[in-house]
Each structure stands twice: as structure tokens, then as C-alpha cells.
Design a protein around this ligand. Sequence first.
Ligand code: ZN
Length: 60
Amino acid sequence: MGDRFPDIDWWCDRCGAYLNGQYGFSDRKRVWKCEECGHKNSISRDNIYESHEDFWGNDD
Ligand SMILES: [Zn+2]
């Protein structure tokens, strides 16, 4: 059993922490609780963006 999304970096939706680097992280979990802020991030295909900038840069 490998990762569900082998080439995907996951970032906290609230604080922007790098989730892949957090202790025990696995993208086989459906939800990951951020170690930094406690936000529960959903780990699913719906939450994959083309780039970090796509996610953060849509203010206007
Ligand atoms: Zn966080």
C-alpha cells in the first residue's frame, strides 16, 4: 500500500503548514489534523490545486 496521491504536497487550509512533513502524516487518512493549529484538513482529490499560488492567490 502506497500513498493515494504520491506526488501531491498537502498544506494546511488555515495556517499554511506543510502537512506532509508533520509526524505520522499519511494521505491514506481522510482527514489530517494540523499539528500547528489543530485545523482538520480533508485529504481528498477535491482539495488538490494546480499550485500553491492557485490556492492562495485568488483574491481578485
Ligand atoms: Zn494548520
